[in-house]
Write a protein that binds this ligand. Structure first.
Ligand SMILES: Cc1cc2nc3c(=O)[nH]c(=O)nc-3n(C[C@H](O)[C@H](O)[C@H](O)COP(=O)(O)O)c2cc1C
Length: 389
């Protein structure tokens, strides 16, 4: 079973990720991992933090001579901003405590107030430090390991932006287009349509001018996924449910759609199924549509997995919102912390990592082995069963 944990706060010394359950002898490409981290930092509409950080993963355990050794992997990503916060948020109690940069005006849309009440602080600082989406850097590093495993079996994951504010890509993009834009480090919003992308950029500029923020939708595609991952047999093993939970856990993702899940709810049954045929020459079943997004009954059906994350607009606004001081209980304006104003492409990279981690776990459940070679034998054996079906 693939497990991962993250630790670390937004302005702490570092973010940490721990990954266990990967087979031994999986080649580890650090350049690839760091490129994933770089992709997460990009995107039109990001705030000043990305200028301070240059995310880079250091591996502390679980990898030797460029390959996993079947032991837990430990990773560290330095927070360069720590230098500015070391005195404000020291680990040890100090005599001349400079204060924590207390946050007593909780920001609506953040964990600030509920978290402060729950953990019994009249200061949301300790809450926001961990609730911050800076944590997604650790998820992306862990997810890069999952992607490396999936690649060994031909499965790749990419994403693109399909909506920013009210500007939406209406036509379908091909896997080739999505893959190309997903890895394009110069693409400002990772939209496959360059004309529409300019309109999206204008939307981002407009909200910046207004001191506001904007949300949107990203789409993640997993390509070349074998039929038969996940199962219909138990509710918590259905892969659609597992993927939805994983994607929903990304900060600011407020809804998840698999395939055409949202629009088909308002259609008739005869219009929305992916009819099945058999290609005798190729010896395989085919579907000419993929409205189910590659999942039927919680099981992969061999088509691309298509899953969308709907991101709310960022909650921290320069044009600040009404709130209530946690100590005085008087009405005040919400605190403003340096902030992004559009994070759809970055959210997509975090989403890709979560999808990769769930899929890699499903691969391990189905084809698991202690070494990559053992896992490959299991995979090839199963591939024969599918070929002969
Ligand atoms: C990559 C990424 C960057 C984010 N950056 C910010 C930010 O700069 N400011 C902000 O208010 N929220 C930001 N968010 C969203 C918040 O972390 C999130 O809204 C908040 O933690 C509350 O969680 P919830 O929206 O899931 O309920 C970001 C989210 C992601 C995925």
């Amino acid at each position: 079973m693939l497990k991962f944990y993250t630790a670390g706060e937004s302005h702490g010394q570092a973010l940490l990720a721990f990954v266990s359950g990967l087979p031994a002898q999986l080649p580890v490409d650090l350049k690839f991992i760091n490129n994933e981290l770089h992709r997460r930092q990009l995107g039109y509409g990001r705030g000043g933090r990305q200028k301070i950080e240059k995310d880079c993963a250091e591996v502390f355990a679980g990898v030797r001579h460029g390959k996993t050794i079947g032991a837990p992997i430990a990773l560290r990503i330095e927070n360069r901003d720590w230098a500015n916060w070391e005195k404000i948020l020291p680990i040890e109690a100090t005599e001349d405590d400079p204060g924590t940069k207390k946050l007593v005006a909780p920001r609506p849309g953040h964990a600030d107030l509920a978290g402060a009440m729950k953990f019994n602080y009249h200061d949301a600082r300790y809450i926001l430090e961990r609730a911050s989406a800076r944590e997604t850097a650790a998820r992306v590093a862990a997810g890069a390991f999952a992607k490396l495993l999936l690649k060994e079996f031909g499965t790749e994951i990419a994403s693109h932006t399909i909506q920013v504010g009210h500007i939406r890509l209406e036509r379908l993009a091909t896997w080739k287009q999505i893959r190309a834009v997903s890895s394009d480090l110069d693409s400002p919003l990772r939209c496959t349509d360059p004309v529409l992308q300019e309109e999206m950029k204008s939307e981002v500029d407009a909200v910046l001018r207004a001191g506001d923020t904007v949300g949107g939708i990203f789409e993640i595609v997993a390509h070349d996924v074998p039929v038969g991952l996940g199962t219909h047999a138990q509710w918590d093993e259905r892969l659609d449910g597992r993927l939805a939970q994983a994607l929903m856990s990304v900060q600011a993702v407020k809804a998840v759609e698999i395939g055409d899940g949202v629009s088909i709810a308002g259609s008739h049954g005869s219009d929305v199924q992916d009819e099945i045929s058999y290609d005798k020459a190729a010896h395989r079943f085919r579907r000419f549509t993929n409205r189910a997004g590659g999942l039927e009954g919680g099981i992969t059906n061999g088509e691309n997995i298509v899953i969308r994350g709907y991101m709310k607009p960022i909650s921290t606004l320069r044009k600040s919102l009404h709130t209530t001081n946690m100590v005085t209980k008087e009405p005040v304006q919400a605190a403003y912390e340096r902030s992004d104003w559009c994070v759809v492409p970055a959210g997509a990279v975090a989403g890709e990592a979560m999808v990769a981690l769930v899929l890699a776990d499903a691969f391990l459940q189905k084809f698991g082995g202690d070494s990559l070679a053992e896992m490959r034998r299991n995979f090839e054996n199963y591939a024969r069963q599918i070929d002969e079906f």
